[in-house]
Design a protein around this ligand. Structure first.
Ligand SMILES: N[C@@H](CCC(=O)N[C@@H](CS)C(=O)NCC(=O)O)C(=O)O
Length: 244
């Protein structure tokens, strides 16, 4: 990364609007930690009508997380992370490599984790948030099948990576792709546990959970896990780190 792209002295810290339990917000919290970026964290409750209206005024999708930098919205988690790397990262920290081909691979795996793990995982949550008489078993079955297909192709990818001595999703280092993978898989396995055939994926999830930036993100969410609709599937150690 060119030196001129690093955090500029005197520039105000951007503000991240987030919720401690939200999976996409976890992606940002992990990235902020990894980049050593100076970001002001602002919790919002999108379930509160006034807070939601104020948030929609910031950016029309009303999604969290949302970064505001110098009063301007920087939406979409992957774009926020790239923006933070460009303008607010500590010297030498990066999650997207400089090399164009390596950067493309990282962006691809970021997309794959968002679209093929996070999206079906969110479908489970959405269904549990519906009144019981409005649940949609067909949507859940579709989400389950999508998750199992994703586990299969990710496991195969990781098997090939392990054979080449690589621990992370892409390239030689922890990247944007791993920031996307960690919360998506953390919550997905609560709904659809990994099968014995997914041994490489299981080992990768363990490595992700041991990563300090991820462990700190899980720590800050701990008081909120009781409100996660899929809490019955979360391992006990995430509620109580002393238990094994
Ligand atoms: N594509 C968005 C997805 C963000 C997203 O789905 N956020 C969820 C929380 S994890 C959200 O805002 N849900 C509330 C809503 O949709 O109103 C991104 O990458 O930032």
């Amino acid at each position: 990364m060119a030196e001129s792209e690093h955090a500029m002295p005197g520039r105000a810290a951007p503000v991240l609007y987030y919720h401690p339990l939200s999976s996409y917000c976890h992606k940002l919290l992990i990235a902020i930690d990894e980049l050593g970026a100076d970001v002001t964290l602002q919790v919002i409750n999108p379930g509160d009508p006034d807070e939601r209206a104020a948030h929609v005024a910031r950016w029309p999708t009303g999604k969290i997380p949302l970064l505001m930098d110098a009063g301007q919205p920087v939406p979409e988690s992957s774009i926020m992370i790239e923006h933070l790397q460009r303008h607010h990262a500590a010297a030498g920290r990066q999650l997207i490599p400089d090399d164009a081909a390596a950067a493309l691979a990282v962006r691809l795996w970021d997309r794959l984790f968002d679209l093929y793990v996070m999206t079906p995982m969110q479908a489970f949550t959405a269904d549990l948030l519906r009144p019981e008489d409005q649940r949609r078993p067909a949507s859940v079955a579709q989400a389950r099948s999508a998750l199992v297909s994703a586990y299969d192709f990710i496991d195969q990818h990781l098997q090939a990576r392990a054979g080449a001595g690589q621990a992370w999703a892409c390239g030689d280092a922890f990247s944007l792709a791993d920031c996307a993978a960690a919360p998506a898989l953390f919550y997905a396995v609560a709904y659809e546990p990994l099968a014995p055939a997914h041994a490489h994926l299981a080992a990768y999830v363990d490595r992700l959970m041991d990563r300090p930036s991820v462990a700190r993100t899980v720590d800050q969410a701990r008081p909120w896990f009781q409100y996660f609709p899929g809490r019955a599937g979360l391992a006990r150690r995430f509620f109580d780190p002393a238990s094994t």
